[in-house]
Ligand binder design. Sequence first.
Ligand SMILES: [Zn+2]
Length: 345
Amino acid sequence: MNIIRILALTGLVLSLGMSSVTIAQQQSPTRSITQITGDLYRGQNNNHFTVFLVTDEGIILTDPINTGFASWLKSELDARFDVPVRYVLYSHHHGDHASGGDVFADTAQFVGHENMLNHLAMPPESTPLPLEGQYAIAATMDANGNGLIEQDEASGAVLANFIGFDANGDGMLNGAEVLRGPLSEVRPPETTYSTSTVISLGGKEVNMTWVGEMNHSMDMSVITFPEERAMHIVDFVTFQRLPYREMDFENGLFDEWMAAIQQWEATAKEYDFISPGHGPLGDASDVTQWRRYLEQLRNAVAQGIAAGQSLEEMRESIEIEEYSDWNGYSWLHENVLGMYHFLTD
Ligand SMILES: [Zn+2]
């Protein structure tokens, strides 16, 4: 009897242990909260980071990242600080940073640059599946050729973000939904600004400044915490990670991007803590490293063009050894393609 009971218990423990390991391997994200300085903290969800400032009257949060993270963060904030989130300040509209805001809708106001509303607007229903851009791959999945991507046709990033794309929830993606991007879980800002704005709460101030028009998006805000000497800067600058894949070359505006980087590199020198949306907490020198990477990439591609190399030859041959230890170095050949288009389109 005892032996049977012990065996049964052992079996139960083993099976629970197995399933928890399996779940951990499949889906458990890396989440953390770390103090930057004073009442300013950094939240992590895998490779994405946000920042929040705690005041006596509530919390000012930047990007909510996604619904799962936002729900986890809300319970952590309730337990640690016992004040509600009063503001959600968006860096920009992209679904991998701006999703999940509904979790805080009971208590928070949502603020973003005015162009965020244009990015969130659904294109005309007649829009065909896009043939360029980050999700052009979707068009290749239309096996039955009906101009729609049904869920069983979708794969890769399109399948992984299917609910985010499927704004009308009909189980298939039309061209407009693919072109707009996976934005279904992005709560639109009810307060927008055009050049800069100041958010005040509990005796603290946070500034949002529009970065200007550039390839990555038209609605990018840098969010600064003057008293804490800290800055939250997302996607147009990242630390110790290459630019994402093809760098949104189809939007042009590389010179505008570089000008924005240089402007914020100079501004970053006035701050002690620079928290990027991707990568570790750093300082102005990390912004300089990022600018230098893009300059080296531009120079390498320009030299290849001048030497008569084809794009394919450049994609295969260009290396920027100094940055080979950065995350996303395997995207270099896609960075080369993007830069080639920036320089020749
Ligand atoms: Zn982005």
